[in-house]
Ligand binder design. Structure first.
Ligand code: FES
Length: 369
């Protein structure tokens, strides 16, 4: 029977001792899970190891931990795979990040994850009287939100969210993905209010910095960051919400900058985010950024001539991409359940497209996207 070493982060608040690492030798087949290993160590060597688990089948979401520094479900990680990614042959297991540790591998989900989840009103708020019978929802709308419904609330995305590390008040990837689940649901009658709220909150949708950590961390392919970007597109482009955080304008400044230059021309980004170099809103921002600008000039990162006289000339390939996107009548929103097709199918081609997309309907034509 192969042997593995688990190095578990131990912490017991009652003991008064600082957190420390402790090694446990376990003997299990490589296809058994890290959770099995922890439970064997707990059973045979130290009954005081704290770990939360229930289903042992990647369904309940309770066994989220960091394995070799990366968040994952302990029951969904094979020992041999964990061993292969362990730098010195020792599998490290520690509690998830961004949440207070209660004991050993158990974090306080109430204090962070569930609190943020409640922040986004995670239930349907339909308008008007309920129908006499059931609500009828178009299948493509359900496919559109199924990806967010796949979340098992394990907190892996919260654990590695860099924005939350800097701003603990950030609503965060899990809760914002949940918000999309209701914004994208045609039965909900409060889409505008939800979007306004999440856009205007300085810890809301524009607080995400696109680090992709939540996408990598999620064991269920929910891609929380993609859901946040969809909320932004719907808020800014469809509902025209011009938030006070300048989030939408900043995003559009990025897009326009790339369209004009091909590569990001940083000197234009800040003033364009505030309406252009001479816009009254841009002046105080430029003045407050002067120390940064001067440092950049000193280090040769920016030259006054390059900043002011830069020729805006995007390569024709970039222009073509933008033209293709602008020419589309509807925005494409692909998700986990849609393989994606370049060609827009008309209604007569649905069957053909569905089979090409692995039997799924094209969710990008959802009325809500
Ligand atoms: Fe349920 Fe791991 S024990 S997801």
């Amino acid at each position: 029977m192969p042997e593995y070493t688990l190095r578990i982060r131990r912490y017991s608040p009652e003991s008064g001792e600082a957190a420390h690492w402790q090694d446990y030798e376990i003997d299990l087949d490589g296809h058994r899970s890290v959770l099995d290993g922890i439970l064997q160590a707990k059973d045979r060597q130290d009954g005081s190891i704290g770990i939360r688990c229930s289903c042992r089948a990647a369904i309940c979401g309770s066994c989220g931990v960091r394995i070799n520094g990366k968040p994952n479900l302990a029951c969904h990680t094979h020992l041999d795979k964990a061993f292969a990614s362990a730098p010195d042959g020792v599998i490290t297991v520690e509690p998830m990040g961004n949440m207070p540790v209660l004991k050993d591998l158990i974090v306080d989900m109430d204090a962070v994850h569930w609190k943020k989840m409640r922040r986004v009103t995670p239930w349907l708020l339909p308008d008007g009287d309920p129908p006499e019978r059931e609500y009828i929802v178009p299948p493509e709308s359900m496919i559109d939100i199924t990806q967010t419904m796949a979340c098992i609330q394990c907190g892996a995305c919260v654990s590695d969210c860099l924005s939350m590390e800097v701003d603990p008040l950030f609503i965060g990837p899990a809760a914002l993905a949940k918000a999309y689940r209701f914004v994208g649901d045609p039965r909900d009658g409060q889409q505008a209010e939800r979007l306004q709220d999440l856009a205007e909150d300085e810890h809301g949708i524009y607080d995400c910095t696109h680090c992709f950590n939540c996408i990598e961390a999620c064991p269920k392919g929910v891609a929380p960051m993609s859901q946040i970007m969809r909320l932004r597109r719907i808020a800014g482009s469809d509902y025209g919400i011009d938030d006070r955080n300048n989030g939408h304008r900043h995003e559009m400044a990025f897009v326009n900058n790339i369209e004009k230059n091909g590569l990001l021309h940083e000197a234009d980004l800040l003033p364009d985010s505030y309406g252009g170099k001479f816009h009254p809103r841009a002046v105080p921002e430029l003045l407050s950024s002067l120390p940064v600008i001067l440092r950049a000039v000193q280090r040769g990162k920016v030259t006054p001539a390059g900043a002011l006289l830069h020729k805006h000339k995007a390569p024709k390939e970039v222009k073509r991409i933008f033209r293709d996107v602008h020419d589309r009548e509807e925005r494409y929103e692909l998700n986990l359940y849609v393989a994606g097709e370049e060609e827009e199918a008309d209604s007569g081609q649905d069957d053909k497209q569905a089979s090409a997309a692995g039997g799924q309907l094209p969710a990008e034509r959802s009325p809500n996207t």
